[in-house]
Design a protein around this ligand. Structure first.
Ligand SMILES: NC(=O)c1ccc[n+]([C@@H]2O[C@H](COP(=O)([O-])OP(=O)(O)OC[C@H]3O[C@@H](n4cnc5c(N)ncnc54)[C@H](OP(=O)(O)O)[C@@H]3O)[C@@H](O)[C@H]2O)c1
Length: 113
C-alpha cells in the first residue's frame, strides 16, 4: 500500500492498521514531494538530529521511515542525492529522536488524490 507519508503527514492511524493486516506500506512523497519540501528539508528539529549523527536531513527522514517499517523510494535527479539516500544504515535514531520526529506531525498533506 502506498500513501503520502513524511514527517509533516505521518499517517499515524493508517500505518499500524495496514501493517496489522500483513500488508507492506510504502511512503509516497517520503521527502515531502518535489517542489514542496523546502520547509521540511530545513526543519530545525530534523537539522539538530541530523547534526548529532553526522547525517543529512533527508537521511534522517528516510531512516525514521525504515525504523517504523515504512518502505522508501525517494525521488531524485541528482546523483549525489541518490547515493546519499541509500546510505541509511550507518546510524540509528534513538527512541527520543523518533518521538521528537513524531511530534512534528501536522497532518499537512502535500497532495490530494
Ligand atoms: N503513486 C503515485 O501516483 C505517485 C505520485 C507521486 C509520487 N509517488 C512516489 O513518491 C516517490 C517520489 O516522489 P517525489 O520525487 O515527488 O517526492 P520525494 O521523494 O518526497 O522528494 C523528491 C525531492 O526531494 C529532493 N531530494 C531527494 N534526495 C535529496 C537529498 N538527499 N537532499 C536534498 N534533496 C533531496 C529531490 O531533489 P533532487 O532531484 O535535486 O535530488 C526532489 O526535489 C516515489 O516513491 C513515487 O513512486 C507516487
Amino acid at each position: 500500500m502506498q500513501n503520502e507519508i513524511h514527517p509533516y503527514y505521518q499517517d499515524t492511524d493508517v500505518v499500524p492498521f495496514i501493517h496489522d493486516q500483513g500488508i507492506a506500506v510504502q511512503a509516497w512523497y517520503p521527502l515531502g514531494g518535489r517542489g514542496r519540501n523546502d520547509e521540511l528539508l530545513s526543519d530545525p528539529v530534523l537539522a539538530s538530529i541530523a547534526q548529532t549523527h553526522d547525517a543529512s536531513i533527508s537521511q534522517v527522514i528516510l531512516r525514521w521511515d525504515l525504523q517504523r517499517s515504512v518502505i522508501v523510494i525517494p525521488g531524485s535527479s541528482n546523483p549525489a542525492h541518490i547515493e546519499e539516500d541509500t546510505e541509511l544504515y550507518q546510524f540509528a535514531l534513538t527512541e527520543e529522536e523518533m518521538a521528537a520526529i513524531a511530534a512534528l506531525n501536522r497532518n499537512e498533506k502535500h497532495d490530494w488524490y
